[in-house]
Design a binder for this molecule. Structure first.
Ligand code: AMP
Length: 404
């Protein structure tokens, strides 16, 4: 029997999301999450989807789960109850989402002690994310030592950005000393969606230039030339770029000095303000696009302003990345907002006819979980909606590495 299953783990600071995939047919056997780890009200939801456990149905467990080790053990028990436990000989690898790979990791990497130590050494660059990723890896290794563990980095797809794009125009020695440069994030999504868009257009990925707009709670844009990322909107951290649910995106760095000097805010307070209380939330008090749209439709001025600011930033990036790429074959929308908010797509593309963009309003209004074109045939630049699938991409990369 060939081992063809991959368990994908996405360990956050207080949650673990997971999916079990079978790479023989790219099907999903199970998915689930553990949330509020470390609290009294922890919750595990496990959903077998296919294979031996499918009969058992969705299960939910409430009650304290103390830490990531307990959480992963609980996940392992659920999988074992389905007959797809970590000890299964059909399991080929565990694929871990790791947020920051620095300049060291530009490819998916099989994890050994040295790799784990390097991921740990990158914690100062991603203090909110890498510690949980490291814990997830440690626990998974302890549960089954002989199983290959593969790290798939959110930054890796962007490592092809040319040096003059990745560099900030600051003192070079200072930048080098503190590893300050643009890394970019959501890389597995940008990689998956740019490839899927080429497939949708029926062209080899090498021949296609696309602008990917990943619009979820976090949001980022990328310019991808022939399958290679040449520019992306997030930078040293996932704060730069587009207006997001709770993050400001681009702003004059002097805002930070002003808040410190005039406002008397500490660095941590400013960090929290810009990452957690800005973006749509900061502008109108809601970070969920559905609620912002509902309020804007009802004439709420703050929600209308927030929506207008969000769309304006998107337009700026579409324009900028058109200039970066020279020729654009498709602009593609993905993630929660990009896949579902037809009005946001319509507003972002409106008025860009001179850039070759046009929308088929009827096609744009159709709800679907499938990759699809929402532009008329005559449009020089296609507009597409492609649902992202970061778990499938992580599993694909991890499986390719362990079976090569
Ligand atoms: P993600 O991070 O990709 O899961 O995206 C989550 C975000 O997508 C949510 O915060 C919502 O703002 C947005 N979203 C999800 N469904 C819709 C919808 N039907 N219309 C507008 N926005 C949506």
């Amino acid at each position: 029997m060939t081992a063809s299953r991959v368990l994908v783990l996405n360990s956050g600071s207080s949650s673990v999301k997971y999916q079990l995939l079978d790479m023989a047919d790219r099907s999903r056997l199970a998915m689930g999450l553990v949330e509020r780890i470390g609290e009294e009200t922890s919750r595990l939801v496990h959903e077998p989807l296919a294979g031996p456990g499918a009969e058992a149905g969705r299960r939910e467990r409430l009650g304290p789960i103390a830490d990531h080790e307990a959480a992963l053990k609980a996940v392992a028990a659920e999988l074992a109850a389905d007959g797809t436990g970590l000890d299964s000989p059909e399991l080929a690898a565990v694929g871990h989402r790791v947020v920051h790979g620095g300049t060291r990791f530009t490819q998916p990497t099989v994890i050994d002690d040295e790799v784990l130590a390097e991921i740990r050494s990158l914690i100062p660059l991603a203090p909110l994310h890498n510690p949980a990723n490291v814990t997830g890896i440690e626990v998974a290794r302890s549960l089954r030592a002989d199983l290959p563990q593969v790290a798939v980095f959110d930054t890796a797809f962007h490592s092809t950005m040319p040096e003059h794009v990745a560099r900030y125009a600051i003192d070079a020695a200072t930048a080098d000393k503190y590893a300050i440069r643009r890394y970019g994030f959501h890389g597995t999504s940008h990689a998956y969606v740019s490839r899927a868009t080429a497939a949708l257009l029926g062209k080899p990925v090498e021949d296609v230039n696309v602008i990917v707009l990943h619009l979820g709670n976090g949001a980022s844009a990328s310019a991808v030339r022939g399958g290679v990322c040449v520019e992306t909107s997030m930078g040293l951290t996932p704060l730069e770029g587009l207006v997001m649910g709770t993050r400001s995106g681009d702003l004059d760095p002097a805002v930070v000095f002003h808040l410190a000097r005039v406002g008397g805010l500490s660095v941590d307070e400013i960090d929290s303000l810009l990452n957690k209380k800005s973006g749509l939330l900061g502008l109108c008090g809601d970070n969920d696009m559905r609620e912002v749209q509902r309020r804007a439709d009802g004439g709420d001025p703050a929600a209308r302003l927030a929506l207008a600011a969000y769309v304006h930033r998107l337009k700026k990036y579409i324009g900028a990345y058109t200039a970066v790429l020279g020729r654009v074959d498709a602009v593609v929308f993905t993630a929660g907002v990009g896949e579902n908010a037809a009005a946001v797509r319509e507003a972002a593309v409106a008025g860009l006819e001179e850039l070759g963009l046009a929308l088929d309003l009827e096609a744009n209004a159709v709800r679907s979980g499938e990759p699809r074109l929402v532009s008329p045939e005559y449009a020089r630049v296609a507009v597409a909606v492609v649902p992202t699938d970061e778990e499938l991409e992580i599993a694909t990369q991890a499986y390719a590495l362990v079976t090569q």
